[in-house]
Design a protein around this ligand. Structure first.
Ligand code: HEC
Length: 133
């Protein structure tokens, strides 16, 4: 086989695979009634996180959905969310690249964002599961 076509096919296959992974990760998020705290968090989430994590955490082409079983509180506790926002995240679960720190998000905003994420996770059937390695 012509070597150029061989590499070209490889690149095409590779990019199709990463999109397929995204589509699997993408979720339809239902948002029901929220507590006032979570409703305040929803506004901050959609201002600060949705560009990558999607409207209400459903995921985009550049960031994973957070309303996803991987992010249930048994696997990613609230501390891991705070660390992500303070320090950023090295790519490890997906192929979107690293998450940059989000220093514009303050402590109380983060607490509201957390309330939003957990309430919406439960509304979408995502509950704590102990993490087994
Ligand atoms: C510029 C894009 C971008 C923005 C903005 C962003 N993130 Fe992320 N985030 C990512 C990517 C990409 C990952 C996936 C890293 C991986 O696991 O491969 C990620 C991962 C995470 C994780 C998982 C951390 C872990 O330990 O695995 C959490 C929690 C998170 N983001 C929360 C947030 C919150 C909350 C906000 C808003 C305050 C936010 N992110 C804004 C891109 C972004």
């Amino acid at each position: 086989m012509n070597i150029k076509i061989f590499f070209l096919t490889g690149i095409i296959l590779f990019s199709t695979t990463s999109y397929a992974d995204h589509d699997k990760g993408h979720v339809d998020v239902v948002v029901d009634t929220l507590t006032p705290r979570a409703a305040a968090g929803q506004v901050k989430f959609n201002e600060n996180c949705a560009a990558c994590h999607g409207f209400n955490g459903q995921g985009t082409k550049i960031g994973p959905p957070l309303i996803h079983d991987i992010y249930n509180p048994g696997h990613h506790d609230n501390g891991s969310f705070t660390r992500a926002v303070l320090k950023g995240v090295q790519q490890h679960h997906w192929q979107y690249g690293n998450m940059p720190p989000q220093p514009q998000v303050g402590f109380s905003e983060m607490a509201n964002i957390m309330a939003f994420v957990r309430e919406v996770q439960e509304q979408n059937g995502i509950y704590r599961k102990e993490h087994k390695m």
